[in-house]
Design a protein around this ligand. Sequence first.
Ligand SMILES: Cc1cc2nc3c(=O)[nH]c(=O)nc-3n(C[C@H](O)[C@H](O)[C@H](O)COP(=O)(O)OP(=O)(O)OC[C@H]3O[C@@H](n4cnc5c(N)ncnc54)[C@H](O)[C@@H]3O)c2cc1C
Length: 486
Amino acid sequence: MKKTIHIIGSGFSSLAASCYLAKAGYKVTIFEKNQTIGGRARQLKKSGFTFDIGPTWYWMPDVFERFFGDFDKHPSEYYNLDKLNPAYSVYFGKNDAITIENSLEKICQTFEKEEPGSSKQLMEFIGGAKSNYDIAIKDLVYNPGVSPLELVTPKTVMKVNQFLSTIKRDVRKKFKNNRLAQILEFPVLFLGAKPSDTPSFYNFMNYADFGLGTYHPKKGMYQVILAMETLAKELGVSIKSDANVESILVENGTANGLIVNGKKEKCDLVLSGADYHHTETLLDKKHRQYSERYWDKKIFAPSSLLFYVGFDKKLQNVDHHTLFFDVDFDVHAEAIYDHPAWPEKPLFYASFPSITDDSCAPKGKEAGIFLIPLAPGLEDTQELRETYFEKIINRFEDLTQQEVKKNIIFKESFCVNDFIKDYNSYKGNAYGMANTLLQTAFLRPKLKSKKVKNLYFTGQLTVPGPGVPPSLISGKLTAELIQKVL
Ligand SMILES: Cc1cc2nc3c(=O)[nH]c(=O)nc-3n(C[C@H](O)[C@H](O)[C@H](O)COP(=O)(O)OP(=O)(O)OC[C@H]3O[C@@H](n4cnc5c(N)ncnc54)[C@H](O)[C@@H]3O)c2cc1C
């Protein structure tokens, strides 16, 4: 008889784990509380517009290829990828933006125009970042975070100083131009912490950005979820939506089932891809590994205020991905990490997928996604959301020199309360737990429960960390651990 595994949640990490486990011969069932699968990467469709609710940046294509390759497949069998050109642009003031194109050579020319001599520095910097990428993404992140020794290799020993310095310090040493420095500090924001708190070894994100480039799956990131769903079903995984897990059953110290919508579902092993903190609340207190104090002391990645907006015209002077860094980054970062509060002058990010992908909006119209990073746990009211929409849309009009407010057909918002309600997210975090030096690898919450046998975890709060590629890797890591015991 096949051993049965029940998986909580249907985000990237759960779907990835389900594929590996089904391939290994287990009977796998996914239970997802929401009506649609995909977790934070769900999709919103409205009036002919299509929006990715969560992730919009497809970085590190090699990780996706490695995932599908493990099943003798290739992403192109499921979705079409476009390498975006430009990759993105960054506004620093009115009519004043730097555009990042799709090759290192062109990016060097842009740097040179901004600060003569800086392209040589950039090539050197990206060379180091590539070497770190090769060590980190091809090797280190595929470790399960069980032992500190996983981080000690002949190659990392040579780079130990890069774990002691920070991205900010390294970038600022090499680049005196504030705008270029800000662009180089941007990629590590995906890891959830301030550049001044992120070890400089993580500059491999700069190689992901400038070296590998920014991609867009035609019809949006949700195509990747659909691809994984198809693969999982091909492998025999059963996926149940509208299936809220109310508790994890433990008998004699071993997990052996779930209560789903009031009904007992017995199994041999439980794997949770739901937020780690929430998963532990599904257990009796004595079976939880981490206290409320533990979670409270951790540095969480930001939450976000998001708007999904349908415009009745095409917009000007923006790219598929556009960042608005026209205000002080450090002041906004303080409001996220040091003194949690709504930022007075927020930085924001906007995405207009319909600029490069006709399927995202009706002809002649534009789909816009606006995102303001926020501290998790902030008060979230309709009034605050409206106030902040006004703030950024007025600035948007001014910076990009066009009127857009009167062209809004509809707008939907998503913020702290929705992250909690829809995903059981701890304090409404959007991107899980930050990757700082003290929250890396074996220092993160564990894939395997220390207290309950046959209970495992995956996802952005455990190893390797936040983001879609790490979530795919997390699913693989936990599946490998499970195969060792079941
Ligand atoms: C706004 C936003 C923008 C982002 N942008 C990017 C980006 O551009 N690029 C990138 O790489 N990453 C990005 N990320 C991060 C990325 O989306 C996440 O790291 C990744 O999707 C997390 O996947 P996961 O499997 O860990 O968890 P989740 O996607 O959160 O999945 C967990 C699932 O568990 C379900 N669940 C919870 N509790 C229960 C329960 N009791 N019973 C049943 N089911 C339950 C939830 O509904 C959810 O479906 C972004 C995230 C957000 C929110």
